[in-house]
Design a protein around this ligand. Structure first.
Ligand SMILES: *[C@@H]1O[C@H](CO)[C@@H](O)[C@H](O)[C@H]1NC(C)=O
Length: 573
């Protein structure tokens, strides 16, 4: 009542009232102007990286923000499946259940024998720490649990996720790339799917730690994140680091900015994009970037070796995927993708000589001779390059590049053919082929095969330099993508044959799967390796599950998958 009575205090009261109104309006209006400030403060982690004093701070007004405005139309990726494809028939249902059973057996074995360590040792039934000791397999598999409908297991894992402490590690450093794609990617995806706030909170805490890796003189991250170097402000980017390492953090950092409204993560990876753009045409193989790059001095013209395989692969994979995640709002990613793939088509892709004359393609490595513009192809296939069929398919669809779809199918079929050629039904980690001079005609030449090949291997193969199978996903990844892109049911048949072969060779159907020593031997001579990397649950089995699922389960027009197969939500079209 006193408030409303005119008296000596009324002017002060009305001043207070109007200030309150102004303050209220200011904050109200402010939140309408800017995205909501990040509501999560780091929780239980022992060290709060966001409070660390930066050696090389960047002011917020200098930061590049994710592009705004309506999405630029991109082409539809998925085939226009007819209605019946959305209902599983008896066969597909049984196939999908078989994949789920394999997953569940491995998840249970991990939880029983290895958790909270990073990985299961499937032969000795023990755990080991390979990625910081933050239960890598659990975090990596969270979204697969959710997608496969293991709701109880997912809910049971949440308290363990909430209790993760990124400062609690026995290691002195962690790998920036692996930590980003497995842990950060896994958390962001599990949050995008489930909306569980505790998962985003953990992603933000980890994002703060990983963002600290960019606290270097030129704001390029080192390959290893060394905890004491970071705290002392002593970090520097490497002088010869794998190109994929800093250049495929973009999807995860962009999604983190999108979800929190915090621009610094996007700013960090946009700086790397600008370097890629400016260096692309002045490398020794213009259009592509060398396998190893001097990020400290921002030089990409010092090295002569180029690959789409190990050390570089996901740099290229992320170009079209960034376009998708940004809703097409940044044309540079498409431009870089187009010129990189033109170069790869010209110099890296080859047709091998095969006994049935199969018209398939493989990808080799390239060495540029120092004496001029001589470019030589090393025609070795790697399991890791098998992702490329899917990439050509995705980029070809997204940007409407028709020729790339034919290349994509031939690449994906090449990997499937290499699986089927070996007695285990699985392709080796690294192998050699005999390239033909032309992609159009490629006649089988028995004499050439006897002279240049290895007659102990399937016809057409020259060597199996690394004959292991490590439970890798890249071949089924491309088969899955080509199924969703073309709608051809034969890709499901290929997938089923691959799944049966992998099950038979790596588990026998009653134990957790393990890597194997040699895929070139008969089924009775298989030697298990004591290893089950987290990507088996995060990627390989997820792709097998998705290819037997209705096409709207993780539609490629709604989700974009990071290089560890973690689906991130694309902006609404
Ligand atoms: C690099 O070359 C390609 C093709 O020749 C061209 O489209 C692109 O704009 C060039 N990039 C830069 C940064 O000049």
């Amino acid at each position: 009542m006193v408030l409303w009575k005119r008296g000596p205090g009324s002017r002060r009261v009305s001043l207070l009232f109007w200030s309150a109104v102004i303050v209220f309006l200011f904050y109200h209006y402010r939140s309408a102007l800017y995205p909501a400030p990040n509501p999560f403060s780091p929780g239980s982690s022992g060290y709060d990286w966001s409070k660390m004093r930066r050696q090389y701070p960047i002011a917020e007004f200098e930061m590049v923000r994710p592009p705004r405005g309506p999405p630029v139309p991109l082409e539809r990726i998925q085939f226009n499946f007819p209605r019946p494809a959305y209902t599983l028939d008896v066969k597909q249902h049984a196939q999908r259940e078989a994949v789920k059973t394999a997953f569940k057996r491995c998840w249970d074995a991990y939880m029983e024998h290895a958790f909270p360590h990073d990985e299961l040792m499937p032969v000795s039934l023990d755990g080991k720490d390979t990625f910081g000791g933050w239960s890598a397999t659990m975090v990596d598999a969270l979204d697969t649990l959710y997608i496969m409908g293991f709701t109880e297991e997912f809910a049971a894992a949440l308290p363990a996720v909430g209790a993760l402490d990124w400062s609690d590690t026995t290691l002195t450093s962690v790998n920036v790339f692996e930590t980003t794609i497995r842990y950060l990617g896994g958390l962001l995806s599990a949050y995008d799917l489930s909306g569980e706030k505790v998962i985003l909170m953990k992603a933000v805490e980890l994002g703060e730690m990983l963002y600290t890796a960019f606290d270097t003189p030129n704001h390029f991250p080192p390959f290893w994140f060394d905890f004491s170097d970071a705290k002392a402000g002593r970090q520097k980017a490497g002088k010869s680091d794998p190109s994929a390492s800093p250049c495929s953090l973009s999807l995860e950092f962009t999604r983190l900015s999108q979800l929190t409204g915090e621009p610094k993560y996007y700013d960090a990876i946009d700086r790397i994009k600008r370097f890629l753009e400016s260096s692309q045409n002045s490398t020794r193989l213009p259009g592509m970037w060398p396998t190893f790059i001097d990020f400290q001095n921002e030089l990409a013209d010092k090295s002569s070796d180029f690959t789409l395989g190990a050390q570089a692969d996901s740099l290229y994979e992320y170009l079209p995927k960034m376009s998708a995640l940004l809703g097409g709002r940044d044309p540079i990613y498409e431009q870089m993708y187009r010129s990189a793939m033109t170069t790869a088509e010209k110099h890296m892709i080859f047709r091998p000589m095969l006994p049935n004359g199969d018209n398939v393609l493989f990808i080799g490595d390239v060495h540029v001779r120092p004496d001029g513009d001589g470019v030589s192809l090393q025609p070795d296939g790697q399991h890791l390059t098998c992702f490329a069929g899917g990439m050509f398919g995705l980029g070809g669809k997204l940007f409407g590049i028709r020729e790339q779809l034919a290349t994509a199918e031939k690449l994906a079929r090449g990997c499937a053919l290499a699986y089927a050629a070996f007695p285990t039904g699985i392709m080796p980690e690294i192998f050699g082929l005999l390239p033909c001079a032309s992609r159009d005609v490629c006649e089988w030449d028995e004499d050439r095969w006897v002279t240049e090949g290895d007659t102990n291997l399937p016809k057409g193969f020259k060597h199996a330099r690394d004959p292991r199978y490590l439970l890798r996903p890249e071949a089924i990844e491309s088969i899955f993508l080509m199924y969703r892109i073309t709608g051809k049911p034969e890709y499901q048949d290929i997938a089923w044959r691959m799944f049966l072969a992998i099950q038979a060779a790596t588990s026998g159907g009653d134990t957790a799967n393990s890597a194997i020593k040699d895929v070139t031997v008969g089924p009775k001579e298989i030697t298990k390796l004591d290893q089950m990397e987290s990507f088996w649950l995060a990627e390989t089995l997820k792709y097998f599950y998705l290819i037997f699922s209705p096409p709207d389960v993780i539609s490629l027009d709604e989700w974009v998958l990071n290089t560890e197969a973690h689906p991130l939500k694309r902006p609404d079209r």
